[in-house]
Design a protein around this ligand. Structure first.
Ligand SMILES: Cc1cc2nc3c(=O)[nH]c(=O)nc-3n(C[C@H](O)[C@H](O)[C@H](O)COP(=O)(O)OP(=O)(O)OC[C@H]3O[C@@H](n4cnc5c(N)ncnc54)[C@H](O)[C@@H]3O)c2cc1C
Length: 391
């Protein structure tokens, strides 16, 4: 094993969680090393999240991580809920005076990487963590680089921000699967296509044929999803089949069709790790929790974890005070479980399950009718979707 590299904070994963944390630490003069098993180009092509809460955008702008988000993101002041062939607008601005921003995850990653690299940040691409050892005062990460050479990083604190298949999780909970878990009997068939937008805001459509989500990316590229079987092979469907399925699930408008240039099937899971901290090793973002994407919460939750972790690390490194850091799990879990509930609720209210009875279907319509006919219910949806205030 080569000579260990020493740093204050070793961060596994250059996703939104890891990069944002290293940026916030840098602003306080706290050194960190971020490792990621992918190349920079691959990270910058990550197609995932699209919706950012107000608080996420504010944090990116106020800390200098991104100014593009203010210029290029699209402000959405509502969404449309569709069922039984009718659309109902949930007006966030009117209900809670807030909005969300459509700004794809790869743009967030491009901004964060550019900022970290301009600031001289130590980001090591193609460095794969194989193990995190948190059993000593100075935790360490061991792994191998692109050439297959081993490396070892010894730090005061290790952050596992390495996504849903986290290696760091084992150091905290004892296994990669140690957590509260739920799987869903459906998945999303996601496409990217070249076409103009079919709507100004997101459409969440519940239909007898299953769920569909009409989302946007830019003036020329759109992102859409339709409910499918988790075992669906994305290459089995022709473009015509995909468009037919989408068109029949969305009522009252004809979607603009165009060439489909990316397709994937995305399984649905809810997960919260049994613990987020052990000794000097912490989990953040998807490594700590996963939500089904229906509520658009994953990246936003990762940002909240990082915000709280940053406060704790600042207290540790400037005042040698661990009180804040020791409260990380309790503070982060508060929002995590609320977001878990919201994501589960949106998912179960909008999708059909393979074994749904007539009763289940009618009850679901009753629930949707209750939501769109009650200011209280729509206000809850708007509060949760746009993001609760930070504690
Ligand atoms: C279809 C879809 C739509 C979504 N929509 C939204 C939305 O609208 N709003 C929202 O807030 N969220 C959304 N999400 C969720 C969001 O994408 C994730 O929650 C977010 O990426 C989590 O960020 P992260 O930094 O925790 O993890 P990740 O983004 O997964 O980053 C982890 C990083 O760690 C690296 N890594 C993994 N293992 C290792 C290892 N062993 N060694 C080194 N590096 C490693 C990976 O290469 C990766 O770069 C969506 C997700 C999907 C799939």
């Amino acid at each position: 094993m080569p000579t260990p590299i020493r740093t204050r904070v070793a961060i596994v994963g250059a996703g939104p969680a890891g990069l944002l944390l290293s940026h916030l630490l840098h602003l306080d003069g706290i050194e960190s090393i971020v490792i990621d098993n992918r190349t920079r180009a691959d990270i910058e092509k990550t197609i995932r999240a699209g919706i950012l809460e107000n608080g996420t955008v504010d944090l990116l702008v106020e800390t200098g991580a991104s100014d593009r988000v203010l210029k290029e993101a699209h402000r959405h002041e509502g969404i449309e809920l569709q069922f039984q062939g009718e659309g109902h607008r949930i007006d966030f601005q009117k209900l809670v005076g807030r909005a969300v921003y459509l700004y794809p995850q790869h743009e967030v990653l491009i901004d964060l990487l550019a900022r970290r690299i301009a600031d001289g940040g130590d980001i090591r691409f193609e460095h794969e963590a194989i193990d995190v050892d948190g059993t000593t005062e100075a935790p360490r990460v061991v792994g191998k680089d692109a050439a297959g050479q081993p490396f070892e990083i010894v730090a005061d604190v290790v952050i596992g921000a390495d996504g849903s298949r986290s290696v760091a999780r084992t150091a905290v909970v004892g296994s990669m699967t140690g957590g509260y878990f739920r799987e869903y009997p459906f998945a999303w068939f996601g496409i990217l296509c070249e076409a103009p937008p079919s709507s100004d805001e997101l459409i969440y459509a519940n239909s007898d044929n299953g769920f569909a989500l009409i989302s946007q990316r830019s003036a020329t590229v759109q992102r859409m999803y339709l409910q499918c079987d988790p075992e669906q092979d994305p290459n089995e469907w022709s473009d015509a089949q995909i468009w037919d399925s989408l068109q029949t699930r969305v009522a009252g408008r004809t979607l603009h069709e165009g060439p489909i240039f990316q397709r994937d099937v995305l399984r649905f899971r809810s997960f919260v790790a049994h613990k987020l901290q052990k000794g000097r090793v912490f989990l953040a973002g998807d490594a700590a929790h996963t939500v089904p994407p229906t509520g658009a919460k994953g990246l936003n939750l990762a940002v909240n974890d990082v915000r709280i972790l940053h406060e704790g690390l600042l207290a540790l490194f400037t005042r040698n005070d661990t009180t804040e850091l020791d409260r990380y799990e309790e503070r982060a879990l508060h929002r995590i479980w609320r977001a878990q509930h919201f994501s589960w609720w949106m998912t179960s209210m909008l999708h059909s399950t393979p074994d749904a009875s007539d009763f289940d279907r009618r009850r679901q319509i009753g629930e949707l009718e209750s939501v769109v006919s009650s200011d209280a219910a729509m206000t809850y949806l708007a509060e949760a979707y746009t993001g609760w205030p930070y504690d």
